[in-house]
Write a protein that binds this ligand. Sequence first.
Ligand code: 5GP
Length: 197
Amino acid sequence: MSAGAGGGAGAGRLIVLSGPSGVGKDTVLRRLFELCPELRYSVSYTTRPPRPDEVDGVSYSFVAELTFEQMLARDEFLESADVYGSLYGTSLRRVREALARGEDIVLKIDVQGAAQVRARVPGAVLVFLLPPTDDELFRRLRERGTDAGEALERRLENATAELAEAANYDHRVVNDEVDRAAREILAIVADSRGANP
Ligand code: 5GP
């Protein structure tokens, strides 16, 4: 299924996906790229250290804080944010090059970054991934990892705050079933127009 994505004439589409931690963004994105291999993923820059399974340049471009600050000073980010004490940013050059080639590009970014993209790129498509119910998300967060006490409480508080942001997005997609949610996002992309940051 092409959903009309990728490779078209003119500007590609800029798709932003946000959602609370634990909602399943990575799983839905994996399915989305299987369904539509022409879609591009915007590899973000971050100052946080890589996790064991992460590959530099694929999961993220891992950089030192000084490097990030210098890139920020040179206006090299489409958006950037401090998320839980680490810096994250989307490369303006990578996004512009993809869009100029007519490719559709997906950004998996937090709510602060999404707000910057909304202000800067009128044609961007903002999608928020929701859990089937809030309780379902809280249950998943409780089961996830080995953190106890404060860390878990903070995760639940953060999730509640993130869920409150859903109203600011163009589209809300419920992750009740991965394949269904991915197809709904594809349909949203197919219905949208090009972007131009
Ligand atoms: P993680 O470190 O667990 O991969 O991601 C933590 C949070 O940072 C997630 O909400 C993720 O969407 C967000 N994030 C990842 N890359 C970027 C980025 O380039 N910009 C912004 N604003 N948030 C990002």
